[in-house]
Design a binder for this molecule. Structure first.
Ligand code: CA
Ligand code: CA
Length: 447
């Protein structure tokens, strides 16, 4: 993963440029800094810029910028975060400043909770579960049912009640600079609400204590987990900016295997499903993760939604879904994909366009190691579209879709049914992205 940087962001560089102009006007240097700061909207009140991707359409995305003092919170514990989020039906604008790392697996008194704590009283044990649903005796034709599955479900509910944070409409959740702000082990659920900003947060270790066995998933069955670090379900106008997403400190290589299949405790990093719409995902770092970003949770999501812009992000040590796009109009530009294997995370593909997704992938940069296959950067079920232009692989202009189509029988269409207009900040060349994004993305670079 890219080391966190303490260099100033582009935004503060612009402030410095203003300062220089004031210096030129003859104002003393000490005064300059104060003037520059006074004229800057603070991090917590910032809103998505005009024309910055799909989330800027219509009324735009302002989050909690209009919050009054009674709805402005600084939180450092799980209990404080829950209190600040209030009721899901309360639409009053609110700003939640997260100071330091909040461990979602703690109780109201701040005591650490383990998987055993959630399982207590439910009758669940992994050993009993494995015995009950062993394909050798239970077979592979039906989902687990019976007392151990009921117990697993009850234990999972207990963990969910603790680690899932419901974000109401008109909210900004923003990390306080310099505090290592983030949420460990939790899921922000943005569901059925409009106008949310999530910025400058380090999301790590979102883990399900109680994965479910599904013998019918794929040829050999799979263990599936329940939590994304941030999940959007039927959400509109959401801006996710300058966050870091990582499985650390437990990487998938440490997952055991049961029934011959990986016991996967992670789900998505940032999933955008159930007719979510008008989302901008900018300047994040996605690292050390498998199923990173779903856009659309099934092939039967209705048409007309799932419009997402994804720009200036780093994707490094990602196995798949960067993103997996279904149905919607998705603009992917100025991203840096480093598909070198990191901590055992081997890239299967970066972008998947299926279920008639209309994807534009332009001016992105892929770093592909020696022996890596350019044809495998893209994937599809044969119904999606990806219009590709300006993409570079190891600095060389490359039509990543043509490379995929030449090697696959499930060809992508290379034209799309829309033209992006909300493209402020689109850089016409991907050449400098590896260097520029290293210091301007992820949690911890905003000031
Ligand atoms: Ca998910
Ligand atoms: Ca082909």
């Amino acid at each position: 993963m890219v080391a966190p940087s303490h260099r100033r962001s582009l935004r503060s560089r612009r402030v410095l440029v203003v300062s220089a102009a004031v210096v030129a006007a003859g104002v003393g240097a000490g005064v300059v800094v104060m003037n520059a700061n006074a004229g800057t909207v603070d991090l917590y009140h910032q809103t998505l810029a005009a024309k910055d991707g799909w989330a800027s359409s219509g009324a735009g995305t302002t989050g909690g910028s209009k919050a009054d003092a009674a709805h402005t919170f600084t939180v450092s514990t799980r209990a404080q975060l829950v209190k600040a989020l209030g009721s899901a039906s309360d639409k009053a604008p609110r700003i939640i400043r997260v100071k330091g790392t909040i461990d979602a697996n703690t109780n109201d008194a701040g005591k650490k909770l383990t998987c055993a704590d959630y399982a207590a009283g439910t009758g669940y044990s992994l050993a009993s579960y494995l015995k009950a649903y062993d394909p050798a005796t239970y077979g592979r034709s039906k989902l687990p049912s019976g007392s151990q599955e009921k117990a697993r479900d009850a234990a999972q509910d207990k963990q969910a009640k603790n680690i899932v944070f419901k974000v109401p409409a008109n909210t900004s959740v923003v990390g306080v600079p310099g505090t290592g702000a983030g949420i460990s082990g939790g899921m922000l659920r943005i569901q059925g609400v409009d106008n949310v900003i999530v910025r400058n947060l380090d999301f790590s270790a979102t883990e399900d204590c109680f994965p479910q066995w599904d013998p019918t998933d794929g040829d050999d069955g799979n263990w599936n987990s329940n939590y994304d670090s941030v999940t959007l379900r039927g959400a509109t106008h959401v801006w996710a900016d300058h966050n870091t997403f990582t499985d650390a400190a437990h990487f998938d290589t440490a997952n055991p295997k049961y029934y011959g299949r990986e016991y996967q405790i992670h789900d998505g990093a940032l999933d955008i499903t159930k007719s979510s719409d008008l989302v901008t995902v900018s300047r994040n770092q996605f690292t050390n993760h498998d199923k990173t970003m779903l856009i659309g949770g099934s092939d039967s999501e209705p048409a007309g939604k799932l419009r997402v812009s994804i720009h200036h992000n780093i994707w490094k040590g990602i196995v798949q879904r960067a993103p997996l796009a279904r149905v919607g109009q998705v603009h992917i530009y100025n991203n840096y994909y480093d598909v070198t294997t990191v901590n055992g995370y081997v890239t299967q593909y970066s972008i998947n366009a299926r279920a008639k997704a209309q994807v534009i992938a332009e001016d992105n940069y892929w770093k592909v190691p020696v022996g890596g296959k350019v044809a495998k950067l893209i994937s599809s079920d044969g119904t999606g579209s990806v219009r590709s232009s300006g993409n570079l692989v190891n600095g060389k202009a490359t039509d990543v879709v043509a490379a995929y189509n030449a090697a696959s029988s499930k060809d992508l269409r290379t034209t799309v049914n829309w033209t992006p207009t909300l493209t402020a900040g689109l850089e016409p060349s991907a050449k400098n992205l590896p260097a520029s994004l290293a210091t301007t993305t992820g949690a911890g670079v905003l000031s």
